[in-house]
Write a protein that binds this ligand. Structure first.
Ligand code: URA
Length: 433
């Protein structure tokens, strides 16, 4: 088999066989196929697309290029969730305990963040003492015992994707639906869960800006999951503004804990219950979405879901006093108001700019060696549709520096205010099964 023939076949719109896809992925991972041929093929895929079968095969080949996590020692149906990424997205900290509180095992492997705000692990490390590095045995023991553990990704998962994603990033081939879907799903499948709920974000602050693109990506991923034997559901949720009111690390943990204590931050609570309900149905613990939703909501009201968060923290060595008394979480030295320069209604909040403003404060990493400052962040006082008067605070910056002019500029850039009344955006656009 020759790589040249595979490139030409795809360039001319042909359908690649399983053997050809494995030849490419195995050869590229080993270093036998050079970057220039891999980039020619990914560009051909960008223009010609892939069939559902080709996409599923590509994904499986990327899973097979490295290690997979064997969760078979965990009793019960394991469910996982994945978000395509958004600003203020602390849903994992709510959904994990919530789902675990009805007895469903959640074995969560997470990563750190680059750019914007921190990743799941960075946010969790706002809690003093909390360990995210653990042996595979300890991880499995914790899930069996407490139904929930969150750990840093171990092992060499989907190395083909790692190499290919880096190549796509510099060759203009990231924006290809089969390649994105295969890339995300290969990592999820290698992590070993039986079922997966995908939170596919849509809007100005999302990877996919239009609803059409988000739905197409969701469909591709759901097809891959189902084709490869994992029940997969995608929730298309809005990312035209940050989720909830808090953006940062410790303040996001605080907001997640408050939701589990029963506070009603409308968009965040609703989306969390939505995702958790689909997970609970996929785990076959409830037969209908409505039944699952009711049981999960009841576990917020009766304190079981919050208790599940406490157990997670204690079992991983974290200081649970910080969650019992949320004022003990890390805090920045200064609170700086960013004020509206006119009266009206908030019509847009560019989530990416808010994320960058938080990063400037130290909540995210500009380079991978940067150290996260857990106490800094942003609290939004106004969201889309809210009335605001000139001079009123749009957000509060939590900063360790007395002046934060770069972040203030970014926030001012992010907010648009109009005279006309504005509707609140729809939160959940579609469910794809
Ligand atoms: N995220 C991924 O993991 N892969 C892509 O291709 C795009 C976004």
């Amino acid at each position: 088999m020759r790589m040249y023939d595979i490139i030409v076949k795809k360039r001319d719109g042909g359908e690649l066989t399983k053997e050809e896809i494995y030849f490419f992925i195995e050869g590229y991972t080993k270093g036998d196929i050079p970057d220039y041929q891999a980039s020619a093929l990914t560009m051909a895929i960008y223009f010609q697309g892939m069939t559902q079968e080709e996409t599923a095969t590509l994904t499986q080949a990327m899973v097979d290029s490295g290690e997979t996590i064997d969760l078979s020692a965990i009793k019960g149906h394991k469910v996982d969730k994945h978000s395509t990424g958004g600003v203020g997205d602390k849903v994992t900290f709510i959904v994990g305990p919530l789902v675990a509180s009805v007895g469903i095992p959640v074995a969560k492997m997470s990563g750190r963040g680059l750019g914007h705000t921190g990743g799941t692990l960075d946010k969790l490390e706002s809690i003093e003492g909390l360990q995210i590095e653990m042996t595979k045995e300890k991880f499995i023991e914790n899930v069996n015992k407490h139904k929930l553990a969150v750990a840093g990704q171990t092992g060499n998962l989907a190395p083909a994707d790692k190499k290919l994603y880096a190549l796509r990033d510099v060759t203009g081939t990231v924006d290809s639906l089969p390649l994105i879907a295969g890339s995300i799903m290969s990592k999820k499948l290698a992590s070993g869960a039986d079922s997966i709920v995908l939170d596919v974000k849509t809007g100005s602050g999302a990877f996919m800006k239009t609803l059409d693109d988000s739905e197409n990506l969701a469909r591709e991923m759901v097809n891959i999951g189902n084709n490869l034997g994992r029940n997969t559901v995608a929730v298309i949720s809005d990312m035209n503004q940050p989720l909830g009111f808090e953006v940062g690390n410790a303040n996001e943990i605080r907001e997640a804990a408050e939701i589990l204590q029963g506070k009603n931050v409308e968009d965040l609570r609703k989306l969390s219950l939505e995702i958790a309900s689909h997970m609970a149905v996929l785990a076959e613990v409830f037969s209908t979405y409505e039944e699952a939703y009711q049981a999960l909501e009841a576990n917020i009201e009766n304190g079981k879901a919050f208790q599940s968060l406490r157990t997670l923290i204690e079992s991983q060595g974290g200081n649970v006093n910080m969650i019992d008394d949320l004022d003990k979480l890390p805090k920045a030295k200064y609170d700086i108001e960013v004020k509206a320069n006119k009266s009206g209604y908030v019509s847009a909040i560019d989530a990416e700019s808010i994320g960058i403003a938080a990063m400037y404060l130290g909540a995210g990493r500009a380079t991978k060696d940067d150290v996260i400052n857990h106490g800094v962040g942003i609290t939004l006082n106004k969201k889309i549709g809210d009335r605001v008067e000139e001079g009123e605070a749009l957000v509060i910056l939590h900063s360790d520096e007395e002046s934060a002019s770069d972040s203030i500029g970014k926030v001012q850039e992010a907010y648009a205010i109009t005279e006309e009344k504005v509707e609140k955006p729809t939160l959940i656009h579609n469910i794809i099964k």
